[in-house]
Design a protein around this ligand. Structure first.
Ligand code: GAR
Length: 195
């Protein structure tokens, strides 16, 4: 059984979708949910499900990413994860942290990468007049929102869409895509999934 640690920063709806999927004959189980924000709603939600949690506030580290990551590593390594899933984790990780989990760290990003790495993806898709938007699950490398793609799901951009409306439509697909990609990854399937 593969052990999965999940890093979050906010509500944790993707984390909940991942956790809900890891039952029965699924080859993985959640062992830790960790956040850089002690007030993240997702932490309370994970606790409610009986999952071990850890909070390492990034703010006292005042921009010292390496020191923050060293503190974050403690509970993460203690959980002995085989796979690390970033699920709405909003801190950029240093190459040193990424290297520790090379080939076994996944991320979900709310755009059709390589379009719109970084923030404000939905507004950028609207501003560009795109007919489609979506989300991407990929392996994490030292380059932000880059790395081998594991899957993508698409949604239409509708007339009158706002960034909020579009983000909700994409989020519903994130909740389908990420569990499906994690399962395939844990099973050793390499081919990307398109929903
Ligand atoms: C999700 O839309 C996720 O794709 C995005 O943050 C949201 C987190 O929601 N992640 C990023 O933008 C990462 N760069 P959640 O906390 O409800 O899962």
């Amino acid at each position: 059984m593969k052990r999965v640690a999940i890093l979050i920063s906010g509500g944790g709806s993707n984390m909940l979708a991942l956790v809900a999927s890891m039952t029965g004959d699924h080859p993985a189980r959640p062992v830790l949910v960790a956040s850089n924000d002690p007030a993240a709603m997702g932490l309370a939600r994970a606790q409610g499900l009986g999952i071990a949690t850890a909070a390492v506030d990034h703010r006292p580290f005042k921009g010292d990413r390496v020191a923050f990551e060293a503190a974050l590593l403690e509970p993460v390594l203690a959980a002995e994860p085989d796979i690390l899933c970033l699920a709405g984790f909003m801190r950029v990780l240093t190459p040193g942290f990424v290297a520790r989990f090379e080939g076994r760290m996944l991320n979900i990003h709310p755009s059709l990468l390589p379009k719109y790495p970084g923030l404000h993806t939905h507004q950028r898709a609207l501003d560009a007049g795109d007919a489609e938007a979506g989300c991407t699950v990929h392996q994490v490398t030292a380059v932000l929102d880059d790395g081998p793609m594991l899957g993508q799901a698409r949604v239409p951009v509708l007339p009158g869409d706002t960034a909020d409306a579009l983000s909700q439509r994409v989020l519903m697909q994130e909740h389908r895509l990420y569990p499906a990609c994690l399962r395939r990854f844990a099973d050793g399937q390499a081919a990307p999934l398109f929903l």
